[in-house]
Design a protein around this ligand. Structure first.
Ligand SMILES: C[S@@+](CC[C@H](N)C(=O)[O-])C[C@H]1O[C@@H](n2cnc3c(N)ncnc32)[C@H](O)[C@@H]1O
Length: 239
């Protein structure tokens, strides 16, 4: 096994193993806040009934689809992830709730075959933390490449709050309570301890926002609930 927690095969293995419990655990992890953040991070996009092209990167089991369809009901939604385990649940959701209208792609975003200048909107929830800075540079260049000029994007990630008391409480909860819950409820504490390791290293989306700026994108940094989640949104400047 590799020591590099950012190695794509390691990350893929982690999510494959967590896929049977991820949705339940995700809800418990953030006291349901993740659902709220998944709605809030779409606020930069104006509500519209146009048939625009959207891609949800690192889609997991399609946790953002409902909020996306609510805001942009006629959008054509493409969803990308590289974990077969997570996508199995995404496929099920697509069949049962989305009339198979979501195009699901199993690809690594860092080596993707997506067309350039194709999407009006790129979204990505809770996927930043498993990238190191070099991979974030590729993510930024790829986001720019696949967006139409003038197209918009939004990213959000669980983060370490600035407030000391909140930081200690959140750290204790994510680092200690969650792995115990993971063991008691789901039998896999190691995987959930890993998620905390990523969040701990990631801290917040400031560095990622800077990297996206350096790639030539227009970027606005965002903080949600006292910094318990952070992210950024913006657009590819029209040429
Ligand atoms: C924490 S989950 C987030 C899932 C979902 N977006 C949500 O809101 O809960 C991160 C997802 O990113 C995927 N992922 C990580 N690195 C990836 C890569 N390089 N290419 C494609 N998918 C990747 C994982 O398989 C996992 O499903």
């Amino acid at each position: 096994m590799t020591d590099n927690i950012y190695n794509p095969d390691f990350v893929k293995g982690l999510f494959n193993r967590m896929s049977s419990s991820y949705e339940r655990m995700n809800y418990i992890t953030s006291f349901g806040f993740s659902i709220r953040w998944r709605t809030q991070f779409l606020h930069p996009f104006q509500k519209s009934s146009d048939k625009i092209e959207i891609i949800d990167l690192l889609t997991g089991m399609g946790e953002t689809w409902e909020a996306t369809k609510h805001r942009l009901p006629n959008a054509r939604l493409t969803a990308l992830d590289f974990s077969a385990g997570m996508l199995r649940y995404a496929e099920k959701k697509n069949q049962e709730k989305f009339n198979r209208q979501v195009t699901i792609l199993q690809q690594d975003i860092l080596q993707n075959q997506l067309p350039e200048k194709h999407f009006d909107i790129v979204t990505c929830a809770f996927g930043l933390k498993t990238f190191d800075s070099e991979q974030l540079k590729v993510l930024a260049t790829e986001t720019k490449r696949i967006l139409k000029p003038g197209g918009q994007f939004s990213f959000v990630e669980v983060s370490e709050p600035d407030n000391l008391i909140l930081k200690l409480l959140y750290g204790f909860y994510l680092g200690k309570v969650i792995p115990i819950l993971g063991k008691l409820l789901l039998g896999n504490p190691r995987e959930y301890r890993m998620l905390w390791k990523y969040t701990n290293q990631f801290r917040n989306a400031k560095q990622a926002a800077e990297i996206f700026k350096s790639a030539g994108l227009d970027v606005t940094y965002k903080s949600y609930f006292y910094g318990c989640a952070t992210g950024f949104s913006g657009r590819r400047v029209a040429e």
